[in-house]
Design a protein around this ligand. Structure first.
Ligand code: ADP
Ligand code: ADP
Length: 233
């Protein structure tokens, strides 16, 4: 029951006469409900692969199926639609709209999905409650701590019930204690059946995932079930 299926994908960037083979041949299956961490040195192809998995870009060669749809040869417009429906993004820098409340930030993806204002508010409040921020719904990002901002971003990622949550260095801007709190929230989301794909360069953060895939030079170097899962509390 794969939600993510890449078959022999390559990504080649052309810059003038130079070409960079950012991905050489990557075949990965990720099942619904898995919690995967991607690791690997800078330049190993993680961002390129995340961009493809997240439907921000398409591979030069090979196929990518997301939730059963072949998205490797999809047009820019259709890609945006699939992205809005199937993927919840969480970023290192939170990427919240600074002048909008938590509620408005979380409700934003629902605007494109065509829900009414009252439906959007109801759903956004529900999801804010599920990440422990019901009492911060009307605060703006600058009135929140880093950990609370990332919770708002996670609520926004969840609001459309996506097939996968794609998190790029989600703890990169957080202190150690707050990072672990965010990882406990991810653990809870995983326990609820969400599929989580995360990029991190921190070993202790990767330990929360159930599967660790290491990239090197545009290839999968190792792909292991994590037998040493960190559980707090
Ligand atoms: P990371 O922090 O994951 O190592 P990078 O610093 O490699 O990311 O890349 C940051 C962004 O710049 C990415 O979106 C990547 O696609 C882009 N990028 C990386 N290398 C190049 C390059 N040589 N030319 C143009 N864009 C690049
Ligand atoms: P990582 O995220 O692991 O740091 P990237 O996917 O950002 O790796 O980069 C893989 C390789 O592709 C690097 O050599 C990088 O310089 C190159 N690259 C990434 N994005 C671009 C781009 N938009 N244009 C040209 N080269 C790129």
């Amino acid at each position: 029951n794969s939600v993510i299926q890449t078959k022999d994908i390559a990504k080649i960037y052309k810059m003038g006469t130079e070409t960079v083979e950012a991905l050489k041949s990557v075949t990965i299956n990720i099942d619904k409900g898995e919690y995967v961490a991607f690791m690997g040195p800078s330049g190993s192809g993680k961002s390129t692969l995340m961009n493809i998995i997240g439907c921000l870009d398409t591979p030069t060669r090979g196929t990518y199926e997301l939730a059963g749809q072949n998205v490797s040869e999809t047009s820019e417009n259709d890609l945006a639609e699939i992205r809005n429906k199937e993927i919840g993004f969480v970023f290192q820098t939170f990427n919240l709209l600074p002048r909008q409340s938590s509620l408005e930030n979380v409700a934003l993806p629902l605007v494109y999905a065509g829900f009414s204002k009252s439906q959007r508010e109801e759903r956004a409040l529900e999801v804010l409650g599920s990440v422990g921020l019901a009492d911060r719904a009307y605060h703006k990002p600058n009135e929140l701590s880093g950990g609370q901002r990332q919770r708002v971003a996670i609520a926004r990622a969840l609001v459309n019930n996506p097939s996968i949550i794609l998190a790029d260095e989600p703890t990169g801007n957080l202190d150690t204690k707050t990072s672990y709190e965010i990882m406990e929230l991810f653990q809870m989301l995983h326990d609820q059946g969400n599929t989580i794909v995360m990029v991190t360069h921190e070993d202790d953060i990767a330990q929360y995932a159930h599967r660790i895939i290491r990239m090197r030079d545009g290839l999968v170097e190792s792909d292991n079930i994590n037998n040493d899962i960190t559980r707090v509390g």
